[in-house]
Unconditional design. Structure first.
Length: 73
Protein backbone atom coordinates (compact mmCIF):
# COMPACT_ATOMS: atom_id res chain seq x y z
CA UNK A 1 0.00 0.00 0.00
CA UNK A 2 1.20 3.54 -0.67
CA UNK A 3 0.62 6.62 1.47
CA UNK A 4 -1.33 9.73 0.52
CA UNK A 5 1.94 11.65 0.19
CA UNK A 6 3.28 9.04 -2.22
CA UNK A 7 0.02 9.01 -4.19
CA UNK A 8 0.09 12.79 -4.61
CA UNK A 9 3.68 12.61 -5.84
CA UNK A 10 2.70 9.94 -8.38
CA UNK A 11 -0.33 11.66 -9.91
CA UNK A 12 1.52 13.19 -12.85
CA UNK A 13 3.34 9.94 -13.60
CA UNK A 14 -0.01 8.16 -13.59
CA UNK A 15 -1.68 10.71 -15.87
CA UNK A 16 1.32 10.68 -18.22
CA UNK A 17 1.26 6.87 -18.41
CA UNK A 18 4.76 6.63 -16.98
CA UNK A 19 4.23 3.99 -14.30
CA UNK A 20 5.19 0.36 -14.15
CA UNK A 21 2.46 -2.22 -13.71
CA UNK A 22 2.90 -2.88 -9.96
CA UNK A 23 3.21 0.80 -9.03
CA UNK A 24 0.16 1.59 -11.15
CA UNK A 25 -1.87 -1.11 -9.40
CA UNK A 26 -0.82 0.16 -5.95
CA UNK A 27 -1.70 3.71 -7.01
CA UNK A 28 -5.13 2.63 -8.34
CA UNK A 29 -5.84 0.70 -5.15
CA UNK A 30 -5.00 3.73 -3.02
CA UNK A 31 -7.16 6.00 -5.19
CA UNK A 32 -10.04 3.53 -4.92
CA UNK A 33 -10.04 3.64 -1.12
CA UNK A 34 -8.92 7.24 -0.43
CA UNK A 35 -11.49 9.93 -1.26
CA UNK A 36 -9.01 12.77 -0.70
CA UNK A 37 -6.48 11.39 -3.18
CA UNK A 38 -9.25 10.59 -5.66
CA UNK A 39 -10.37 14.23 -5.44
CA UNK A 40 -6.78 15.39 -5.99
CA UNK A 41 -6.47 13.14 -9.06
CA UNK A 42 -9.73 14.49 -10.49
CA UNK A 43 -8.64 18.09 -9.89
CA UNK A 44 -5.39 17.41 -11.73
CA UNK A 45 -7.33 15.92 -14.65
CA UNK A 46 -9.53 19.03 -14.76
CA UNK A 47 -6.52 21.32 -14.63
CA UNK A 48 -4.77 19.49 -17.47
CA UNK A 49 -7.94 19.53 -19.58
CA UNK A 50 -8.39 23.26 -18.95
CA UNK A 51 -4.79 24.15 -19.67
CA UNK A 52 -4.82 22.11 -22.86
CA UNK A 53 -7.43 24.44 -24.35
CA UNK A 54 -5.34 27.58 -23.79
CA UNK A 55 -3.15 28.59 -26.76
CA UNK A 56 0.55 28.56 -25.75
CA UNK A 57 1.10 32.30 -26.33
CA UNK A 58 -1.87 33.37 -24.18
CA UNK A 59 -1.10 35.57 -21.21
CA UNK A 60 -2.89 34.13 -18.20
CA UNK A 61 -4.39 36.75 -15.85
CA UNK A 62 -3.16 36.70 -12.27
CA UNK A 63 -6.71 36.04 -10.99
CA UNK A 64 -6.91 32.86 -13.05
CA UNK A 65 -3.54 31.66 -11.77
CA UNK A 66 -4.76 32.28 -8.22
CA UNK A 67 -7.94 30.31 -8.95
CA UNK A 68 -5.97 27.39 -10.39
CA UNK A 69 -3.69 27.44 -7.39
CA UNK A 70 -6.69 27.23 -5.04
CA UNK A 71 -8.09 24.29 -7.03
CA UNK A 72 -4.91 22.33 -6.36
CA UNK A 73 -4.78 23.01 -2.65
Amino acid sequence: MITCLEACALVTDYLDGEMGFMRKMKFKLHIAICPNCKTHLNKMRQLIASMGRIPPDTEIPEEMLDHLSRLLS
